[in-house]
Ligand binder design. Sequence first.
Ligand SMILES: Cc1ncc(COP(=O)(O)O)c(C=O)c1O
Length: 442
Amino acid sequence: MTNPDAHWLPFTPNRSFHQDPRIFVAAEGMHFTTHDGRQVLDGISSLWCVGAGHKRREINEAIKKQLDTLDYSTAFSASNDQAFEAASRIAALAPGDLNKVLFCNSGSEAVDTAMKLALAYHRARGEGHRNVFIGRERGYHGVGFGGMSVGGIPGNRKVFGTAMLPRVDHLRFIHDPVHHAYYNGIEPVWQDDLLLELENRIIPLHDASNIAAVIVEPVAGSAGWYVPPQGYLKRLREICDKHGILLIFDEVITGFGRLGVPFGADYFGVLPDMLTFAKCVTNGVIPMGGVICRDHLYEGVMQAHTRSPAHAIEFAHGYTYSGHPVACAAALATLDVYREENLFARAGEMGLLLGNAMHSALTGLPHVVGIRSLGLAGAVELVSPPGQAGKRAYDVYMDCFHQGVLVRSAGDNVVLAPAYVVDKAQIERMVSTLAQAIRRVL
Ligand SMILES: Cc1ncc(COP(=O)(O)O)c(C=O)c1O
């Protein structure tokens, strides 16, 4: 007998959930089946994960085959063939000399891994004093203590107080609700130079010689799909280079095709020192995350060990399930599907339709104060009723669900980010359902 109270849901208003449960029991393509037998169109690729759509035969078969061949093997001091192959494929897809892959199991672990690697790298080069991290307001980097500390979504931080890393600062957020509330498929062009603050306040305050890394999402996803101003990431790269600061792109959402190309680094033409990924790498089917790092990171850490004994571990970090063979088999099959069906390009094409549909159907509706789209994702921002931040967006989410479309509410935004296999009719249905819901909420 199932006890519905036994499951404490993550990032969920649990009391409200139990009054109106939303339980999926099956999925296929772009749709879920719910416990009460309804079909729901998946408008957010299930938390930005299911790029190729649900229940892909090729991926499921690769998983089954792997389970029947090598189910699991230790990750430490030995590895498995699938992990080497998956790392090679991922490194080959990544731009520049992002050549080394460290596997883990989630985006949160990927971020904490990248932060620890930044510390290890600086220390290996005799710069162990570089231990300040710079994140950005409203950034989301998962829920580990590192990621939470560099993250900047207030609600995710407020109850964790002194558990936060002490040596952290944050860049200003990349949103101008007055001049750039609406943009469709472009990077907004700002008059202000948002990064002057980094050069004139943050770096002098901590002293450049103490700063380990800057971490940003190329497009701020969880906050509600905010695109950086034109030239922002290039300039951020230049500032980091000037001061010996590492640049980490958190590509847990933008990685593997969301912007119509493999990574945000490709889209913006900026090469970070490390790039974190998760979600779409396995089509969300088996948990997997990772960090891709450039050659100099690996070489820097190894060079510090030229005189260490052969059995010395150079980077004391890893997870029991790092490079799990079943997850790696799922990743390899997923990458095959993306390539064979040319799904990254399709994401770009469908993204144009999504952006146009959102802007034409939602502009001017009650409460709407912004619409932002780039790649295959878009957000509509709703003004909150006084003292009730996020309520309208949540009510819209609930209304859409009852009309058979799964969207995501993120603060005062409602986000659409469907699988890359979405078609025009499905985009139109998502957007018209969203428009009706916005008209209905109080
Ligand atoms: C940019 C970014 N980083 C990290 C994470 C955390 O990933 P996970 O939930 O797999 O730990 C997320 C999750 O949405 C994310 O969007």
